[in-house]
Ligand binder design. Structure first.
Ligand SMILES: Nc1ncnc2c1ncn2[C@@H]1O[C@H](COP(=O)(O)OP(=O)(O)OP(=O)(O)O)[C@@H](O)[C@H]1O
Ligand SMILES: [Mg+2]
Length: 301
């Protein structure tokens, strides 16, 4: 089953972690899927959206994060029991009981420095490959929440995962972030790379003609495989990152247009995964040719 998805845009703040959270909770609560989130960001933002500060701190102190898993397998070259690092029951949505997390830690940056210093890139890549190979058969969908930028760890996920999913804001800088990512993908094709499962337009203002122009431009570029449904900018999604002290219902966390948009994207994601897993399914061709420049809206007033 090809079901591992690196969530990536080289631009920061486009909603990668927010969409990983919302899609994981939706796939669990509405579609009865087992979802694993691997937090690969040293800022641990998705970990803190899913765990209380006390629980996250406890897991970090007990050495139960992605950093500890990678230090053992890459730096110390010992076999790891990966299930020890998976935390269950992490969502504050009462119907989302099948969301699992491998949390992160600030020490991730130091780990990456050691990998570079000791030239352990190949071992990092084979550890990532082994981990993804193990979780593929256990969970229905696996999201890897990547930080912005192209670190050696992010590159390993992108080369070993089955797919990449790219949230973008409908604005100039975020679409440039996608183009940088596309160029990166075109380098060293012999090293392997995830297939594009799609670009998702996030934080779209329904009243903005500039947002509508960017959305149309992204949608019309077939290489993007843009999801039909954009995610609106809403206060519910803005506040979804704040873990509630008491469990709440799915509709309380994702009311109205927020829940409707995320459900539509989750459904499209599942159908794209199903199509990609059909026997004989063709892998999309790597993008070719120079990227088309993003439209620059006319400034008025
Ligand atoms: N659809 C949305 N509507 C309103 N606010 C949103 C939406 N999506 C994300 N946000 C807000 O945008 C900000 C950035 O979101 P988020 O942290 O998910 O981005 P990111 O791409 O993961 O950032 P980073 O690159 O730092 O990891 C957060 O304050 C979040 O609450
Ligand atoms: Mg993030």
């Amino acid at each position: 089953m090809r079901n591992t998805i690196a969530v990536m845009n080289t631009k920061g703040g486009v909603g990668k972690s927010t969409l990983v959270l919302a899609l994981a909770e939706t796939l669990s609560a509405q579609f009865r899927k087992n979802v694993l989130i691997i937090d690969s960001d040293s800022q641990a933002s998705i970990s803190s959206m899913l765990l209380t500060a006390a629980n996250l701190h406890r897991l970090q102190s007990e050495g139960l994060t992605i950093v500890d898993l990678l230090v053992a397998s890459v730096l110390n070259n010992v076999a790891v029991e990966w299930p020890r690092f998976v935390v269950g029951g992490v969502s504050d949505v009462d119907e989302a009981r099948t969301v699992y997390l491998i949390p992160s830690d600030m020490q991730l940056t130091l780990f990456e420095r050691e990998v570079s210093k000791e030239s352990l890139h190949a071992r990092l890549r084979s550890s990532i490959s082994a981990l993804l190979g193990n979780v593929r058969g256990v969970f229905d969908v696996i999201f890897i929440d990547c930080p912005p930028g192209l670190s050696i760890l992010t590159e390993s996920w992108l080369r070993e995962a089955d797919f990449h999913f790219s949230p973008t804001k409908p604005d100039y800088v975020s679409t440039c972030g996608l183009e940088v990512f596309r160029r990166f993908k075109g380098l060293n094709p012999e090293m392997g790379f995830a297939d594009n499962i799609g670009v998702c337009v996030n934080m779209k203002d329904g009243h903005s003609s500039v947002d509508a122009d960017y959305h149309r431009w992204l949608f019309n570029n077939a290489d993007n495989r843009c999801f039909s449904q954009p995610v609106p900018r809403t206060s519910a999604l803005q506040h979804a990152s704040q873990l509630s002290a008491v469990e709440r219902s799915y509709v309380a966390k994702y009311p109205g247009e927020s829940g409707a948009a995320i459900k539509a994207i989750a459904e499209e994601l599942l159908s794209r995964l199903a199509a990609a897993n059909l026997p004989g399914a063709k892998r999309p061709a790597a993008p070719s040719g120079p990227p088309s420049p993003a439209p620059i809206p006319t400034v008025t007033g």
